[in-house]
Design a protein around this ligand. Structure first.
Ligand code: ZN
Ligand code: ZN
Length: 256
């Protein structure tokens, strides 16, 4: 991925007043624009698209259409990524209808393009970020909600993880990061019976959940990206219990 580092708009990233943004509880990257242009995303699109086409037989026709639209500059990757990151479902619906491409395919492509860009940007800010105190329910770099958490029961510190940019930050335990519900009566903890240090912490108020790793019980450092994939069964379990599935899981679960 490092060869893609050149796609970052360094001048713009350098000009951000990080202290000003974080102290006013705003993520470093402005969600409305994320400082990207289509030209930043093109090289990422070009590097992931051949692989995606090769492995996604079922959606090949739609992917080819998307590729053609993109080649002819009829389609804005930036719009797609912004729609996804900011949860603007209407925008995704609009693109889907206009080009006859399913929401699932758009969301998958959007996520595959957004992740490398946001991870590289976050890496760029990691050192600076460590100097600030951030205890918000969303990612300090890209503003997204967390997908996983690690909990150390002893000091009750919870670390949240953003799957879009691979950033970690600390937050309060027993508080839903989606709706800030802190009433334990309306939170459900699901422990799968496999003796693994994982659980689902679900909120009955907003129907969202967090996959959580017990920091003490696990061995060594947790790599969230790997653990996230290794615990897809927990997402299935959450879905079975009626909680909202993250968009990108829908692609894997419903199209295969
Ligand atoms: Zn993030
Ligand atoms: Zn909630």
């Amino acid at each position: 991925m490092q060869h893609l580092v050149a796609v970052l708009p360094f001048q713009k990233l350098n000009s951000i007043d990080i202290a000003a943004r974080l102290s006013t509880k705003q993520p470093i990257l402005n969600n409305d624009q994320l400082l990207i242009d289509d030209k930043n995303l093109e090289p990422i699109f070009d590097s992931i698209f051949p692989v995606l086409k090769q492995y996604s037989y079922r959606n090949k026709e739609q992917l080819l259409r998307l590729e053609e639209l993109n080649d002819r500059r009829k389609f804005s990757l930036k719009q797609l990524v912004l729609g996804l990151i900011n949860n603007h479902n209407e925008l995704i619906d609009e693109i889907a209808q206009k080009f006859d491409i399913s929401n699932q395919v758009l969301e998958l492509v959007g996520e595959l393009i957004a992740v490398p860009y946001l991870e590289l940007s976050a890496e760029y800010f990691t050192k600076k970020l460590s100097k600030f105190h951030w205890r918000e329910p969303f990612c300090p770099v890209c503003g997204n909600k967390p997908s996983m958490a690690k909990i150390d029961e002893q000091d009750r510190v919870k670390t949240l993880w953003c799957r879009f940019c691979d950033t970690n930050w600390t937050f309060f335990d027993k508080v839903c990061p989606h709706c800030l519900n802190d009433n334990i009566e309306t939170q459900t903890f699901i422990f799968p019976s496999n003796n693994k240090p994982f659980r689902i912490e679900a909120c009955d108020k907003c129907k969202n959940y967090l996959k959580t790793v017990d920091g003490r019980a696990s061995w060594g450092e947790i790599n969230f990206s790997v653990t996230n994939v290794a615990t897809y069964y927990l997402d299935l379990l959450a879905k079975k219990h009626g909680y909202n599935l993250n968009n990108y899981f829908k692609f894997y679960f419903e199209s295969n």
